[in-house]
Design a protein around this ligand. Structure first.
Ligand code: HEM
Length: 305
């Protein structure tokens, strides 16, 4: 099965879009055109933008899957994301029908692909979230720490990112989970670098993980790591606006199984043991949270009709 470009590496620019269907519109024919467009845009990118590594991936939520009468049974773990409520922080759940993850080294390609999608989709849906992510220095999050170092690489990306025989019907697909985080950068910058390093469990300048004997149990590295057998593909990007002091991280993960993401979120938000939550959350507020499914490219072609 030909997967969508879910295991591509992050690059310089990204546009993330979430669209919700309008009520009382004939969504199916327009959705079919968008499925065909995914194939067209990715093929075209291969020819026109080889050096820019341009691609677009579409995700479909469980609610949208049902509204569109797509095949049943649904992918095994495709449900509405339920909030994860810790004593202090909450991973909220928000509504989204379709998600687009548009990547390219040159922003022009992202903008053109987003425009092509929007022209068609706006007939039946409205864009409820549009985030323009950028590469910050040497791949750092806006908190100043390199983001993505412990991501799977090479063949592991396929293994952890794409469904294989465990769900025969949806082989080649991938679960996609997104959260838009806003950071309290005033509080973060007030924290000495040595303290920031304890929050992440890594050194800031050189991006080296702390050894277990010094790594705090409430650090991000300690709580987000659920073992070598359970990994996800993260393609986070910083974004933001100085004018309204809304600088953030668009967290985006692809996985062959959503339960791995849930496990990480539970440890981060509820804590391990309960109450020992991820200190990164004291500086980062999740304002969205939605689960989508990215069917294989072959399946998108079938949907296109
Ligand atoms: C506030 C938003 C977040 C920021 C700014 C952030 C940033 C980072 C940074 C800087 C690292 C260290 C380098 C690396 O990527 O390996 C990291 C690691 C990691 N993050 Fe996050 N992250 C965020 C949210 C999340 C969420 C919600 C999850 C899971 C649902 C997650 C899962 C992971 C995992 C699995 C690692 C690797 C841990 C390891 O094996 O050492 N992150 N993150």
């Amino acid at each position: 099965m030909d997967a969508q470009n879910v295991i591509d590496y992050p690059n310089n620019n990204t546009v993330f879009m979430v669209w919700n269907f309008k009520n009382n519109t004939a969504i199916k024919p327009v959705f079919q055109r968008v499925c065909a467009l995914m194939n067209n845009l990715n093929n075209s990118a291969q020819v026109r933008t080889i050096t820019s590594r341009a691609s677009v991936v579409m995700g479909i939520s469980s609610q949208a899957w049902k509204k569109l009468n797509l095949p049943e049974p649904l992918p095994k773990e495709l449900v509405d994301f339920s909030p994860i409520v810790g004593k202090k922080h909450v991973a909220v759940a928000t509504q989204g029908d379709l998600h687009f993850h548009i990547r390219a080294d040159e922003k022009s390609y992202c903008i053109d692909m987003a425009a092509e999608i929007s022209v068609i989709l706006s007939q039946i849906a409205e864009c409820v979230e549009e985030v323009h992510g950028f590469r910050y220095w040497d791949g750092r999050s806006i908190l100043g720490f390199v983001d993505g170092t412990e991501n799977p690489s090479g063949a592991d990306r396929t293994f952890f990112g794409i469904i294989s025989d465990e769900d025969e019907k949806y082989k080649g697909g991938s679960y996609l989970f997104v959260q838009k985080y806003i950071h309290d950068l005033v509080a973060w910058r007030a924290l000495p670098v040595t303290e920031q390093e304890k929050v992440l469990g890594r050194s800031k300048a050189n991006d080296i993980e702390m050894t277990d004997d010094v790594k705090p149990s409430n650090s991000h590295a300690a709580l987000a790591n659920v073992g070598d057998d359970l990994k996800i593909i993260r393609d986070n990007m910083p974004f933001g606006s100085m004018a309204n002091n809304e600088m953030g991280t668009y967290f985006i993960a692809y996985a062959s199984t959503f339960s791995t993401v849930t496990k990480m979120l539970t440890r981060m938000f509820k804590g391990e043991p309960e109450g020992n939550y991820d200190r990164i959350l004291d500086f980062s507020k999740a304002t969205t949270g939605t689960l989508f499914f990215c069917p294989s490219m072959n399946m998108l072609k079938e949907f296109a009709g």
